[in-house]
Design a protein around this ligand. Structure first.
Ligand code: F6P
Length: 325
């Protein structure tokens, strides 16, 4: 029988993602239902190292389930890449008398968590990033909202693009990952999508040929989605205009896609994952990440979770191409 958990820390780390607040609410309320004290750490690992925290009570998380961003603030912490920083973080954990640290964040934040676990910190991870770029899970909190925000923006761009019979090049977030780009392209009916694994100079030339071919097939405007990891959307727009003579505009959606009220899907995953993270700690599970695969939530051992191979695109690219004609 595991020892009873009395006190846990909670932080959000890396880029904020819509739904992080819903996960914070779920963690706090589940913990309190077990009589566990929750220490909210501000600004991610930075706040842990520098001692910025406060107790979170049930009313502190009222009215936040539908709010974007994170009430705990977040940061990308350089000190966590050093042994000194890691040791400081582990010392604060001990001094605070924490039995577990729940970390809501993406791959980088989980790698930091793994390093902390080697120093005796019991870390439970909740996947939170709009990029969906964690190999261990089919869902990361924030992805659905980011795609919906992207799709909404692209739909507005479609209106103006079709009115002027222009070509629109739209760059979406996602760091090196293709998922936001694939989903935005599919749900917006884009003709072409450029993602890091598939693009080279020839790829860009093919896009230009595609624009011309689609015009000859009777299309009067064009939508091209570019993943952030490919970049160069302004240059691509200029090349398309110079070579084809078709008026072309580039739009970079950028951080717009990180904000906004989380969708129902994000609130749902965040609530279940937040609840489960605490339940796993109560059961005595140590150093794991809550994942969602094949329709089920589970707690995966952190080492195993972080050594899984990348997912393939599930044939999305080919479908986008077939539907674009
Ligand atoms: O990881 C989320 C994300 O929004 C990426 O899509 C993007 O590349 C990065 O964060 C931007 O980071 P920052 O907000 O630090 O500029």
């Amino acid at each position: 029988m595991s020892e009873k958990i009395k006190k846990i820390g909670l932080l959000t780390s890396g880029g904020d993602a819509p739904g992080m607040n819903a996960a914070i609410r779920a963690v706090v309320r589940t913990a309190i239902s077990h009589g566990i004290e929750v220490i909210g750490v501000k600004k991610g690992y930075d706040g842990l190292i520098n001692g910025e925290f406060r107790e979170l009570k049930t009313r502190d998380v009222s009215e936040i389930i539908g709010r974007g961003g994170t009430i705990l603030y977040t940061a990308r912490c350089e000190e966590m890449h050093t042994q000194e920083g890691l040791k400081k973080a582990a010392t604060v954990y001990d001094v605070l008398g924490l039995d577990a640290l729940i970390v809501i964040g993406g791959d980088g934040s989980m790698k930091g968590a793994k390093e902390l676990s080697k120093l005796g910190v019991n870390v439970i991870g909740i996947p939170g990033t709009i990029d969906l770029d964690m190999n261990c899970t089919e869902y990361t909190i924030g992805f659905d909202t980011a795609v919906n925000t992207g799709a909404e923006a692209i739909s507005r761009l479609r209106d103006t693009s079709s009115s002027h019979q222009r070509c629109s090049v739209i760059e979406v977030m996602g760091r090196h990952a293709p998922y936001i780009a694939y989903w935005c392209a599919m749900v917006s009916g884009a003709e072409e999508v450029l993602v890091p694994d598939r693009v080279d100079e020839k790829g860009k030339n093919e896009v230009i040929q595609q624009v011309l071919e689609n015009r000859s097939l009777g299309k009067f405007h064009n939508l091209i989605i570019v993943a952030e990891g490919v970049g160069g959307s302004q240059e691509l727009a200029k090349d398309i205009e110079d070579i084809t003579g078709i008026e072309t505009r580039a739009t970079i959606l950028g951080h717009l896609q990180r904000g906004g009220s989380p969708t129902a899907i994000d609130r749902m995953h965040a609530s279940v994952m937040g609840n489960m993270a605490v339940e796993e700690a109560v059961k005595g599970n140590r150093n794991c990440i809550i994942v969602f695969n094949k329709g089920r939530y589970e707690a995966l051992d952190m080492d195993e979770a972080l050594s899984m191979p990348p997912k393939d695109d599930g044939g999305l690219y080919d479908v986008i191409k077939v539907l674009s004609r």
